[in-house]
Design a protein around this ligand. Structure first.
Ligand SMILES: [Ca+2]
Ligand SMILES: [Ca+2]
Length: 255
């Protein structure tokens, strides 16, 4: 048995107990005054989440606050909408890597017979939308000068921490908005809610094939007060979660 002094053993035991209790009880947040929860801690519920809708021509991956939350499940075609539930916290840093379908050696598609075009659009249930206020930078482009006879590709190394909250994108240009007719989205786009959002890409929607977008949302665009559940699974709640609204409540719920 390892020799441990009492003073070094106690804090560790407390930490373990705290972590265990938090993991049993789930994720809690300090309810904000006026948010209908009173004081104390409460469990995150589906009502606290917002829907995130994304459509990419052709593929994307999405990070929110430095964490990977969605990867387009279809690499090329058919063009699809990816819709996921996310638990927002503000300020919210959104980072998206988007790729047009392109041969990495030629920048062309369909067996190097065609220069394909791209496009990306996003809308969150809190009103966050893509538009020209987003930052955009190309990391792979081609065929250079549209030369399909002698196609060449230009690549920039992708920074390791491109999705990090503290990544410095201050030197990046703004995204360019593209009309729906230019991107020509397929039916799944029309079946989802993208109202108010704009298709974005870099300045060259044909030749730029790998693009990273970044955007920071200072506070919820819809003005709704939302509890922050970030990292609070390390906090011990002051009491068991409230029961249901029915007679006598339902006792602690389990998840
Ligand atoms: Ca392209
Ligand atoms: Ca495409």
């Amino acid at each position: 048995m390892t020799k441990l002094t009492v003073s070094s053993r106690l804090p560790k035991a407390l930490c373990l107990a705290t972590a265990a209790l938090a993991s049993i009880l789930g994720v809690y947040a300090i309810a904000q005054p006026g948010a209908g929860g009173g004081s104390g801690l409460r469990k995150a519920q589906m009502a606290d989440t917002i829907k995130a809708n994304m459509y990419a021509d052709n593929w994307f991956m999405l990070y929110v606050n430095g964490e990977l939350v969605a990867v387009d499940s279809i690499k090329f075609i058919p063009h699809n909408v990816v819709s996921v539930d996310i638990l927002p916290s503000y300020p919210m840093t959104i980072a998206v890597m988007a790729k047009d379908n392109a041969d990495p050696k030629t920048g062309m598609e369909y067996a190097n017979t065609n220069i394909g075009d791209a496009g990306f659009i996003l809308k969150f249930g809190d009103g966050t939308v893509t538009n020209a206020s987003w930052k955009a930078k190309k990391f792979s482009s081609g065929p250079i000068n549209g030369d399909t006879k002698n196609p060449r590709v230009e690549n920039l190394p992708i920074p390791e921490n491109w999705y990090a909250v503290d990544f410095d994108d201050s030197s990046w240009a703004n995204a360019k908005e593209y009309a729906e007719e230019v991107v020509d989205p397929k039916q799944p786009y029309f079946d989802a809610d993208f109202r108010g959002a704009k298709f974005i890409w870099t300045d060259d929607i044909e030749l730029d094939n790998t693009v990273i977008f970044r955007h920071q949302v200072a506070k919820s665009p819809d003005g709704k007060d939302r509890p922050d559940f970030t990292n609070l699974n390390n906090v011990v709640p002051s009491g068991p979660p409230k029961g249901g609204k029915g007679k006598g409540g339902k006792g602690p719920s389990r998840k």
